[in-house]
Design a binder for this molecule. Sequence first.
Ligand code: PXL
Length: 278
Amino acid sequence: MKRVLSIQDISCVGKCSLTVALPIVSAAGVETAILPTAVLSTHTAFKGFTFRDLTDDIPEIVSHWQQEKIRFDGIYTGYLGSFRQIELVENIFAGFDHAGMLKFVDPAMGDNGKLYTGFDADFAKRMGGLCGKADIIVPNFTEAAFMLGEDFMDGGYSASDVKSLLKRLCGLGCPVAALTGVALEPDKCGVMAYDSRSGEYCEYYSEKLPVSFHGTGDVFASSCFAALMREKTLPQAFAAAVEFTVESIRRTIAHENHNWYGVDFESAIPKLLTILND
Ligand code: PXL
């Protein structure tokens, strides 16, 4: 069985980051070690959340793993809370790297043209530096714009606008960049990616639902990463992740009193497994 590491916060309530990554990647049949970077009472869209920073624990945890000669087949990072945490993640990438270890970075920092509470433009640029050390990155348009220091493309973009944005994202240094939340037609939404090694683009779209929920980026990233660890190709992984994310949103809005803070990915897990076992 493959063993991977996911580095992000624990938002105790909120269905994002590790409470999404751990169940999804584990259910996919991949051993999932975690490195929690902070413990929050909820994610940052709630008011009055608590935040316990765990940055100072990270070096000791990592050095214990190194003593134990723990090896990871992939590392998936999501929400990171500070410049120092980004630097520590870069050290972890370098310290555990070996041929074939997949470094997957979701620069989870914002959505709908805005950065989440606590982040600013300098932090986004620094996250762009981490993206340069990844094998694959999966930003949305907001994160892409802030990392590149560009204006947010709020709809009205063409396929060639997205293609050139993807090339600029690969210019950060990663061989593959995938942009999420791409909607080139009114009722379709999905992902477009560029592999700078082959010069090829790939894309996958599904139904665009007229709602927006927190945590969908984490559901997408976790399932995409899990699919890649299950040896799926990039196009297969994007298809699996888009369909799983859309199914999770569909199931959420089917409940009359659904959560506002996260999606019902749990009951969609059997669907993900069917896709992955195909
Ligand atoms: O879903 C991304 C995410 C992760 N972690 C925390 C967040 C968010 C989004 O708001 O607040 C703490």
